[in-house]
Design a protein around this ligand. Structure first.
Ligand code: HEC
Ligand code: HEC
Length: 431
């Protein structure tokens, strides 16, 4: 099961799906048609066709969920060729096409059935090894608390319980919490459920205790069906100012006798998601639906987003090397990528604001690279949050978004976009 961002379908979406389907079919067959002999004798040609197919179908999947299958087929086809022809064992090939091989090694992880999280160990092993970081604190699992978070109408009770807990905790140890409506996605068990109660449980740097962001899905006002999901993202200080981030989803089970139990979603056989594809920055800031947070909880939203900023340089421990996904949106500081726009664009406010990777890069907030989520990217730009420090008008935001996406996914040989240039090893001198 996939966690899906809510989609608004329209003419554009449908049109792009048809276009994607038409072009990927030819490119995929080109990729698969190559024999090992052909690849060995003309590796550059195979790499170029593969990169074009990969980037084109990735863009299709970014723009429309219906493009996902074509993208996955492309990944599978390329990975199969790499394996069949033992390309990754060939020293010469490896050093020449390092970025390409590295990239495929990470984007193909969640194509394996027992790697739904997209990490380099099976999901089972990940959860076994990281359980101490992502366990839900006991005080959020008492029958009384679980009952109070089972309905929107009872949220007041839940918050009262949290305030009582806070009264007994030292100031630095107090929980920060608020409820809000997500503008981005439903819960894994209900695509149409947008309400959340988020509780940030402070960690302890000295004791290497993780800071936990525990989020309960809350059923809509007056809804009869219960929401099952509870998610945890935890942040643990790593070496050299990095932050290791760990993930886990849980599902609640509502029993006839009124009792509520909580168990890992994966352990219950309810599937899992590739968290990192949306959580590039590890923990994500909260950008709720306007007006969904009550006035007395606005400061809590500010406080958690402030806390988010203290986790620099997100890492996923030894489970994923996110640098293999390459640079992200708005990476402009490579000679290969410079001066791709008309001079009047570069001097415009939109042109000047395109350098997202100044902040969204591995040592700050993590790169916004494919696989990534369209809803989140467009919401932060069009919703007025990004780029930080620029006051753009609505039409400028639309223009910026369009340019950013084009600039990342472009496959023109003369002006390759960020992803293609990276995969072809053309950004190396600077890396
Ligand atoms: C489709 C994109 C997407 C996927 C996949 C995803 N998340 Fe999130 N998640 C978000 C967004 C966006 C937010 C920020 C709140 C909001 O806008 O809904 C968020 C917020 C959270 C939060 C609240 C703390 C924070 O980071 O803001 C938790 C906990 C969480 N996610 C856990 C998970 C776990 C665990 C997984 C994988 C099993 C996962 N998420 C997969 C999009 C996603
Ligand atoms: C000067 C630094 C800076 C620049 C430049 C910048 N951002 Fe951000 N970005 C931030 C900060 C800080 C946050 C957290 C905001 C919050 O608390 O809501 C953020 C959050 C985000 C998020 C949500 C978190 C995540 O990692 O997914 C997205 C998406 C995003 N920015 C996209 C962009 C895009 C696209 C651009 C370029 C057009 C951009 N940003 C430019 C600093 C920056």
């Amino acid at each position: 099961m996939r966690r899906l961002c809510s989609l608004s379908s329209g003419f554009n979406a449908r049109r792009s799906a048809a276009a994607i389907l038409a072009c990927c079919l030819t490119s995929v067959s080109q990729v698969s048609a190559a024999t090992c002999k052909q690849i060995e004798t003309r590796p550059d040609e195979w790499i170029r066709t593969s990169v074009d197919a990969l980037v084109r179908t990735a863009r299709g999947a970014y723009e429309d969920d219906r493009g996902q299958k074509a993208y996955e087929r492309t990944v599978d086809t390329i990975v199969a060729a790499i394996g069949r022809c033992r390309l990754d064992r060939d020293e010469g090939f490896r050093s020449r096409y390092r970025e390409f091989l590295d990239y495929l090694s990470v984007v193909s992880l969640d194509r394996e059935p027992d790697h739904e999280l997209g990490f380099n160990v099976p999901d089972k092993q990940y959860f076994a090894e990281t359980s101490r970081y992502v366990a839900i604190p006991e005080f959020l699992l008492t029958p009384q608390f679980l009952r109070s978070v089972s309905r929107f109408e009872k949220l007041k009770e839940a918050k009262l319980l949290l305030r009582q807990l806070n009264a007994q905790r030292a100031p630095s140890d107090r929980l920060t919490f608020f409820s809000y409506e997500s503008r981005h996605l439903g819960t894994p068990d209900n695509d149409n459920s947008f309400w959340r109660l988020l509780i940030v449980v402070p960690g302890n740097q000295a004791q290497q205790l993780p800071e936990k962001w525990v989020q309960f899905g809350i059923s809509d006002p007056r809804a009869r069906a219960h929401v099952r999901n509870v998610s945890v993202v935890s942040a643990v200080p790593g070496p050299d100012g990095t932050t290791n981030v760990y993930f886990k989803d849980y599902f609640r089970t509502y029993r006839r006798d009124g009792s509520i139990t909580v168990k890992g979603r994966w352990e219950l056989g309810e599937g899992d998601d590739n968290c990192v594809q949306c959580h590039k920055s590890g923990v994500l800031p909260i950008f709720p639906v306007n007006g969904s947070v009550s006035a007395d909880e606005e400061t809590a939203v500010l406080a958690v987003n402030q806390r988010f900023l203290t986790y620099s340089a997100p890492r996923f421990d030894r489970y994923l090397d996110a640098t293999k996904f390459g640079p992200g949106l708005g990476s402009t500081d490579w000679p290969e990528l410079e001066r791709r726009y008309a001079p009047d664009f570069d001097n415009s406010v939109v042109g000047k604001s395109i350098g997202c990777a100044l902040c969204h890069q591995p040592n700050r907030l993590g790169s916004l690279n494919w696989p990534m989520d369209r809803k989140i990217i467009s919401s932060f730009i069009k919703g007025g949050k990004m780029p930080l420090g620029y006051d753009l008008q609505t039409f400028e935001r639309a223009e910026l978004y369009r340019k950013l996406i084009q600039d990342y996914f472009a496959i023109d040989d003369s002006k390759p976009g960020v992803l293609k240039a990276w995969l072809l090893g053309r950004l190396r001198q600077h890396a």
